[in-house]
Design a protein around this ligand. Structure first.
Ligand code: UDP
Ligand code: MG
Length: 312
């Protein structure tokens, strides 16, 4: 059986289009298919669309509806937990993940027993604001340099995984979930397929520039400790610098007898060092915040309704 996990947030228009498109493809597959839709606290008619879909197709469709918006990562986790298939795939509902690739992915996975996962990546970033592409590239360069977990530039969450890999992912029960990192951290052999970028079929993206920025900071903080060492490096550096400066001033005064003047430069130095200290505190604070959330051991998501609450 193939489980298709679909997180949805304000996607009432996309759901029927998505379902039809994937149904067409799944007719060519030998696998039985189950759909697991996750309504991530949508404010529009997404839940109703899912109820209707379930009424129309109760053998195939399942859904979970969260009590509020918990984010796509929580949706993915919930879907992976619910999935019953031997093969599991994760897809966006906006058809930016082309379902036509599914048969090819299944075939690749079946052909090579060494592979555990077929991932997809966009070959290009066409149709995306240039500034966003620029920061995305910077993010991947940075995170691959300072993090121990490799993240592939342009890799989508759209991927086909074996049961074994999904079980491994489910063993990571952390609260701060950054899927791109988790998929890579668990290891296993992944092969990437490239495809041309697509625009979403309906609705609009829920990501703004700032939400992407904070998402990428999460990606770094969750998978790297390098920022924590930043304070030590800067501290050591400015210590050495100030020792040299002290020596210079000392000898200059002895030789030339300079009167000490220049409080503007002093103020600049104080502000600079004060700023660095606050920056480092901020970095430490970010990690403490994460620890705080982890230690509370709150559930990653809360379910309000599932298809089992429906009468046929
Ligand atoms: N999504 C979600 N919860 C959220 C935000 C997004 O479940 O809080 C879903 C959304 O419905 C879509 C997928 O995650 O199926 C990707 O979202 P989107 O298309 O907005 O992101 P983009 O493709 O622009 O990266
Ligand atoms: Mg999208």
């Amino acid at each position: 059986m193939l489980s298709i996990i679909v997180p949805c947030y304000n996607e009432e228009e996309s759901i029927p289009i998505f379902f039809d498109a994937v149904e067409k493809v799944s007719a060519q597959l030998q696998h039985e298919v189950e759909y697991i839709f996750i309504n991530d606290g949508s404010r529009d008619g997404t839940l109703n669309a899912l109820r209707n879909l379930y009424q129309a197709c109760p053998q195939k469709v399942r859904y979970l509806s969260f009590s509020r918006n918990f984010g796509k990562e929580a949706g993915l986790y919930a879907g992976l937990k619910e999935a019953r298939g031997d093969l599991i795939t994760v897809m966006d509902v906006d058809l930016q993940d082309p379902p036509e690739l599914l048969p090819q992915m299944i075939q690749l996975l079946a052909e090579d027993p060494e592979l555990d996962c077929i991932g997809t990546r966009r070959g290009d970033r066409a149709g995306e604001p240039p500034i966003r592409s620029f920061f995305a590239r910077m993010f991947y360069r940075l995170v691959n340099k300072i993090g121990e977990t490799e993240m592939v530039d342009g890799a989508r969450d759209f991927r086909l995984m074996t049961r074994q890999m999904v079980d491994a992912i489910l063993e990571l029960t952390e609260y701060n979930r950054f899927s791109k990192g988790i998929f890579s951290w668990v290891g296993f052999n992944t092969k990437y397929l490239s495809y041309e970028n697509r625009e979403r079929v309906a609705g609009s993206t829920s990501w703004s520039f700032w939400s992407l920025l904070s998402y990428s900071i999460d990606g770094i903080v969750n998978f790297s400790e390098v920022p924590l060492n930043f304070a030590s490096y800067i501290g050591a550096f400015s210590c050495m610098g100030s020792v040299i400066a002290m020596l210079v001033i000392f000898f200059k005064t002895i030789i030339k007898g300079d009167p000490t003047n220049g409080w503007p430069s002093l103020v600049c130095i104080i502000l600079f060092v004060g700023g660095l200290q606050l920056l480092c505190l901020g970095i430490i604070g970010k990690y403490i915040g994460k620890i705080f959330l982890e230690t509370k051991k709150r559930p990653v998501y809360l379910v309000k309704e599932t298809e089992k609450d429906q009468k046929l």
